[in-house]
Design a protein around this ligand. Sequence first.
Ligand SMILES: [Zn+2]
Length: 130
Amino acid sequence: MPSCSWCGAALPPPKGTGRPRAFCSGACRQAAWKERTAPEGWAGPAVDHVDEAALRTATLDALEAELVRAKAAPPVDQLGRAVQEARVLASTFASLSKRVPSPLAWRADGVAVAVREALSRFFEDGETRA
Ligand SMILES: [Zn+2]
């Protein structure tokens, strides 16, 4: 049984003549095209020289400052932040679910849906205060 080159779903039977189908739907054809035409990953910053040690130190300093600030914030604010982060995470799962093969896609999509449902159930409209 031929299957979709993008999502792996079984393809509908071929319509007589013409090129055999490679995708189950227009959405899958488009997704495959998008990936084919996407740039080969980010080439990195356009600089001749990067002082990696300095960059690492600066990054660690920034992370540490961020951590201290986050810990110092009132718990209610920290909760608001966690809700925000969970929303971002849900979006990440949702967007990845469109780009990974189907055995993983439905899982990623399920997580996105479940997290969003939990957020809207317990934190309507981003409300984090009692
Ligand atoms: Zn497909």
